[in-house]
Design a protein around this ligand. Sequence first.
Ligand code: ADP
Ligand code: LRH
Length: 496
Amino acid sequence: MSDRVYLAVDLGAESGRVIAGVFDGQKVELEEVHRFENGPITVAGTRRWNLIGLWKEILEGLRLSARKFGDRIVSVGVDTWGVDYVLLSKNNELLGQPYNYRDSRTDGMVEQACTRVPKQEIFGETGIQFIQINSLYQLIAMQLNDPHLLAAAEHFLMIPDFFHWLLCGSQVVEFTNATTSQCLHPNRRDWAIELLRKFDIPTEMFPKVVPPGTKLGRIRQEVATQTKLPKIEVVAPATHDTGSAVAAVPTDRTGKSNWAYISSGTWSLIGVEVPEAILTPEALAQNVTNEGGVDGTYRLLKNVMGLWLVQECKRSFEREGKSLSYDDLTQLALKAEGFRSIINPNDPVFLNPDDMATTIQNWCRDHGEPVPETEGQLVRCALESLAFKYHTVLKGIEKLTETPVEVIHVVGGGCQNELLNQFTADACGVPVVAGPIEATAFGNILVQARTSGEIGSLQEMRNVVQNSSELATFEPNATMIWNTIYPRYLKLVNGS
Ligand code: ADP
Ligand code: LRH
């Protein structure tokens, strides 16, 4: 029998893709079939998803896939970043133009929420970090600004669930992405109804939660007709991109080493996999999060602002007429002086600034750091500051789990940044294994392959990723220097 094919629709911040995974039982070969834009659209000063435009592109990707792989295609599944959602009316009318999480309407909403329900209670009911982008704060903002829209809502779907509904008519929410909403109870694995009621959020709109790997149904006839696909299954992968990426970390086959991961892209998600959510006061104090993963695992992690800093600097340079690739930027950073300027990468001012380069410069000026002037200085400042932050997060997580980390796996587009990989190894004092770039697509595809019975455990999935990827190792070799500078970073971040 010729190799079977699974389709991953991966909607990333820099682009959306339809990727085919050809699986021979040992290895998956990925082929990008269609790539399209997926930036937020600014509409009258707000940031929105372009859902209908994306649907058109997804259909085009499916049509191209059908032409290339025909009857070999088994199933399709959609993933994207967490926290964003749509609301549908009783008759499935889309209510409003769904927001992108970087929209500023959630400014101040975490503080607002915590005056209504104590922080400990919110954390105990959800296990999720306090960060304004979460669906919970988006819903609270909506409840304050547009209560009539919320009152009309009968179906809450997260973005991948919405596309699954368009594909096959199912109306369920997949577990991994549901956890990022901060509306789900971590142990019950169902909606935190009592908590939601305390915020006057209508609870009847929340549908059934299903685990990754669930068959959602066959594609609608209209989709089959338009794309010329056979009536393939729609299978929910870990619809949260980070959930898929961590399911595809190519860990040591013996399962013996204590590994951490950095899912490195627009955000850097740094943490470890744990068998159950950690809900202790220490976890709350560190503001870590417990996101749901494949096979009932949790990702104990922290969001670090990530390569968004570099993406947005790149855009700042473009506005000044300088078009530089990521490789160009890394080369310029490599040549720039080390430890010249340091920032706190997680300062909320970096979440959605008008101009990232200026915002970094202002931050340095305000905190008595030398102001980075050149492109190389700005990017070096961002990368070094990220590596310091990784070190802090890792130390905190080691304390919570009482387990020292022996190796860090960096996966996602950001693992191509060799300079950051070396900084990470140096700052954290452990080896970094970089790759694969397409961890999210691997994870999405392998969960589907498992549902169709072609593969067994999570570890087997990870072995397949290892068979299918080229990995690079970065040994720590300048840890002493990084340790010397670390107190300066801490002083800047903690202000003492
Ligand atoms: P997302 O989280 O949006 O899905 P990706 O996993 O696609 O992100 O990673 C995007 C990031 O990968 C970019 O912000 C960029 O910093 C990094 N990147 C992409 N290509 C390169 C490259 N050639 N060299 C270094 N970094 C790169
Ligand atoms: C990464 C990611 C991350 C979320 C953020 C919204 O793409 O899904 O895990 O916190 O986007």
